[in-house]
Every structure is written in C-alpha cells, then in structure tokens.
Ligand binder design. Structure first.
Ligand code: HEM
Length: 540
C-alpha cells in the first residue's frame, strides 16, 4: 500500500507560497499506465486553495523525489542483484584484460581483487611476503601482486627504484593505515615528504649523532649496572626486554629531550615492547578494512584503560605522557624563539625553527612526527640487537673472535672506546652488518611510485604504478648470499666481496626515503654490543 502523501509547492505568480497536496498514486494512474501525480485542486486552482499543511519543499527537491519515486521499480532485489553482477563482471573483465597492468604475470585472483592479499595479511597473519616469494618462483621476476601493484625480485633493479634522483612517492595504500599521513615516514607525496624530512634531518646527521655519544654511553652504563646487579642476585635477565628499554630511553631523549627511564623499571617496560610488536596486526587489518584503525582510535582512552591488559595500558600511558610532553615542549619552543637558543636539540625545536609554514607546525602535526619517529626508532633497533645477541651468544667461536678484537682495541684506546675506533673494527662491523642483513626492520615490500614510465627488461611499467621490492627477500637471495639463513659475519670480511654487495645491501633502504635514523642506530649497535660482548657471558 502506497502510504505517503507527496506534497509539492509551487511558487505562485503573486507573492506567497501555495501548497498543493496530491493524492496517493494508486488513485491516480496516468493513461500511460505509469503512476502520476494528480492535483486535488487542479492546475488552474493554484491561488485559490492554499492548504493548511505547511511542508515547504523547494521545486528541485520535489522533482528529485518524483524522479526517485519513478525509479522505485528499479530497486527490486532482482534488479539490484543484476546490477551488482554486471558491475563486478565488468570490473573483473577490465582488471583481467584491459587494465594497464593486465599483461603482467601473476595469479588471476590477485589481479582481480585486493582480498587476495587480505587473506594472507589478515587470515594468514602476515604471510604475504612469503607468498610473494613463492609467486616469483612460479611467474618470474616481475609480477602483479594486486589489481594495482607490481613486485620485482631482481636485485639488479633495486637501484632503479630506490634512488635519489627523480620524484618518488610512497604507496598510500600501504602507509595510510598508520593514520599519520603528514609524518616524514608515512607521508606519500614526494614534495611534502621532502619538506618534512628537511626539517628534521639535520638532527640525525652523522656529526650530530657523534656529538651525542654521551647519551648513548649513559644508557650503556645503566644497562651494564643492571645486568651486574641481576647477576649478583642470581636473577634471570630478560635481555630482549632490556635492549628494547635501552633503545626507547635513547630515542625518547634524543628526539624529545625527555627521559622516560625505562631501563630503571623492574620489568624493563616489557608490556610496551610487546604492544609495539603487536602493531603489525593492527596495520595489516586496517590496510584492508579502512574503518578498523580509526574506529579503535576513536574509543576514549579511559574506556580502553579499564579493560585493556597491562601491556596495552603501558602503551597508552606512554602515549598520553608523550602527548603531554610534546605539548609542553612545543609551547616552550614557540615562546622562546628557538633561533636564539640553539642548545635546544629536540625534533620539536627543529620543526619550530624550520622553514615549514605555520600550518605544518601545529601540535597535531608535530605530535604525529614525534610519535612516528620514536615508533620508527624503538623496535627496529631492538630487533637487530636481539638477533645479533642471539647469534653471537649461540656461537662460541664468533663470540671469542669479536671479543678478542674489542679487547685488543680497548688496550690502545681511551675508555670508553670512541665510536670512531669501534667503526674501524672489521670483525665487529661484519657482525653488525650480518645482523642487519637478517633483520632489516621491515618484513614487507616498500612500494614506490614515480611520474615516469620505468623499464624492467622487456617490461614497461606505466608511470604512477606502485612497484616495490622486499629487502628481506633480497637479503636472503642465495645467489648473493650463499647459505642465506646462516649467520656468517665472514661474508663481510673481504673488502672486494663487500664492495660487490654495496648496491644490494640495504637494511636502511636507499634513495629519497632512506632511514633518517641510521647513524643513530649504528651508534647504538656499536656502543652497546661492544660493551656486552667484552664484559658479559650469557647463557641462552
Ligand atoms: C636498526 C635500526 C633501523 C633499521 C633497520 C631501520 C630501517 C628503516 C627502513 C628500511 C626505512 C625505509 C622504510 C620504507 O621504505 O618505508 C626506514 C625509514 C625511516 N626510519 Fe629507520 N631504521 C632503523 C632505525 C631508525 C631509528 C633509530 C630512527 C629514528 C631516529 C629511524 C627513523 C626512520 C624514519 C623517520 C624513516 C622514514 C624516512 C623517510 O621516509 O624519509 N629509524 N628505516
């Protein structure tokens, strides 16, 4: 039963608005058999019978309603189902046969829909990288891994994508899920990234890092004292959690100037490490289900605190503290004209001092930069430390060799051994390089887009296509690294062999988006590991 009355308003010749009420359409079928709207008052009656019902609808809206009504027959379930089938069939045909990437090899399911990747990301808990390696064996060195993206596994192609010249954007699909599009690390746009990076990069130069050795040393000494105390009391040490706390204390103080003293906590703030490691699930899910992350983030923190486990609570408390600290530092930096006080070396001061426009210096953007920079600094360095510690303490011969080298250097150097001396020790350096080969921070591909066509062999990759490689796969390519999963520092001992691998060894990536914090990370690895190897024995 048609149960609503349509009301149409007509602006009369004379001033004033008159309302005309129409009958239900069943009562007013037109001679064409289509429903029509029939005036009770008649077209000539307009001025004579204004109705008391006061719903004023503009003519355009009324026409739209009439139009929608006339379309109602289209919205039956059969028509909707038919439209959906036609839409998806056309889309599938386009993606498989007409899309600019249609001629690239790869599984048809991946070419059809991103749900193929979602299956490995979400259901298989992050196994798409492994699947991509298998697909390359089946389809060759260049493959289509989604309707929109290509992946290459050939090391000879690495420096064609990851380079300094040209314009290189990041692929928003991969990075936007972190919800920090205006940060240096996750921003996609080439020009915006260049400006953001220029503002913070001076703080992370090799010279600047060298001038902050006291900060790293202070934390190496603190961790050593804690290990001594735990050993004296016969307590088992969670070295993995301890090195996470070490990287957090350094990064927080280096980046924000604030001390959070995680190394002083009895459990080394292990909950924070665990929740940082868990961020991958959140990211992979949000990549495919875009509302997932924003919805979780919109839940008031106080609610989450009431129900969350200890690790999540630690993480949220840290975020709240970091937010409050950033607000305070930003207010101080703005108030004191940071150009006058160059001793203030925090990212906040660097941004306030920079040439960025005021719109890029708001609290929201500054905090996005702080949160992502510290996030990029914590578990990346900690994972490399853990992997190296595990392998060195599992192999007495490696431990003995590296320890002998450090002890010999200590005999002829000031105490503590300066960073510049450590950097010249060949075996220690080989141990660190081997660790970074197997722990290149990012287990997934890093797709890039450029504004020109790229050429790979006989293939022309259209401009604007996201195309990436996966460092982990390149670092475990057995043609480059025989017995790739073996921890073998000797592969780096011959300078000629090492030089030959220069172009394809990229734990910090290369090109415009290479790691900003690499000098800081190297310094942490050198300082902490040289002390631990020299002073401590651990049973794993
Ligand atoms: C062993 C430790 C580290 C490793 C292996 C590592 C690795 C990487 C890699 C592979 C990238 C490129 C990411 C991409 O292509 O999407 C990257 C970018 C970045 N890293 Fe690191 N990183 C480490 C430590 C650090 C530290 C300590 C900091 C902070 C101080 C940091 C800050 C950044 C930033 C800001 C970027 C983005 C650079 C840009 O897009 O311009 N990283 N890192």
């Amino acid at each position: 039963m048609w149960c609503c009355w349509l009301v149409r308003c007509t602006i009369s010749q004379t001033p004033g608005v008159y309302l005309h009420t129409y009958l239900p359409t069943q009562q007013a079928e037109s001679h064409e058999g289509r429903p029509s709207l029939k005036s009770t008052g008649g077209a000539n009656d307009q001025r004579s019978t204004p109705l008391p019902i006061c719903i004023l609808l503009p003519p355009a809206l009324t026409r739209a309603m009439e139009y929608i009504y006339s379309l109602r027959s289209l919205f039956g379930w059969r028509n909707l189902a038919g439209a959906a089938v036609t839409y998806y069939a056309t889309l599938a045909f386009y993606r498989l046969f007409l899309h600019p990437l249609a001629r690239f090899p790869g599984p048809k399911l991946a070419a059809l829909s991103r749900w193929y990747e979602a299956y490995y990301d979400v259901v298989q808990n992050g196994q798409y990288t492994k699947k991509i390696a298998e697909l390359h064996k089946q389809y060759g060195p260049i493959i289509r891994i989604s309707p929109f993206e290509l992946h290459v596994i050939d090391p000879a192609f690495y420096d064609k994508i990851y380079r300094m010249d040209g314009r290189w954007g990041k692929y928003g699909f991969m990075y936007d899920a972190f919800g920090a599009k205006s940060s240096t690390v996750f921003g996609s746009d080439h020009d915006a990234h260049k400006a953001h990076r220029a503002a913070i990069a001076p703080l992370f130069s090799k010279a600047k890092v060298a001038s902050r050795q006291d900060l790293i040393r202070k934390n190496v000494d603190k961790l050593s004292r804690r290990i001594d105390a735990l050993a004296a009391s016969g307590t088992t040490l969670n070295l993995g959690a301890a090195v996470s706390a070490f990287t957090r204390d350094i990064a927080n103080e280096y980046i924000t100037g604030k001390q959070y003293n995680e190394l002083d906590r009895e459990d080394f703030g292990i909950g924070l490490s665990i929740s940082s490691q868990g961020a991958g699930v959140f990211w992979r899910t949000t990549k495919h289900i875009r509302w997932f992350g924003p919805t979780l983030r919109s839940i008031p923190i106080d609610w989450v605190m009431k129900t969350a486990d200890e690790g999540t609570q630690q993480f949220l408390r840290y975020l709240q503290q970091s937010e409050a600290d950033t607000k305070e530092t930003l207010a101080a930096a703005r108030a004191s004209d940071p150009n006058d006080d160059k001793s203030q070396t925090t990212v906040v001061h660097e941004i306030v001092r920079s040439k960025l426009p005021p719109s890029e210096k708001t609290f929201e953007r500054v905090f996005e930069e702080i949160a992502t920079l510290t996030g990029a600094a914590f578990e990346t360095t900690a994972s490399a430390l853990r992997l190296i510690l595990f392998h060195v303490y599992s192999d007495p011969e490696i431990l003995q060799r590296v320890r002998a080298e450090i002890v010999a250097a200590a005999a002829t150097s000031p105490d503590p051994i300066p960073l510049t001396t450590l950097e010249k020790l060949p075996y220690l350096t080989a141990v660190l390089m081997e660790g970074l080969r197997l722990s290149p921070a990012i287990g997934t591909r890093s797709a890039r887009l450029t504004n020109k066509d790229l050429v790979y062999g006989d293939w022309r990759i259209p401009a604007g296509t996201p195309v990436g490689m996966t460092t982990l796969l390149m670092h475990t390519d057995e043609k480059l690294y025989p017995e790739p999963l073996r921890f073998n520092p000797d592969r780096w001992m011959d300078p000629t062999d090492r030089k030959a691998l220069d172009k394809v060894y990229a734990p910090f990536s290369k090109g415009t988006r290479t790691c900003v914090g690499m000098h800081l990370a190297w310094a942490e690895l050198y300082q902490l590991l040289s002390t631990l190897f020299r002073r401590f024995d651990f049973e794993i």
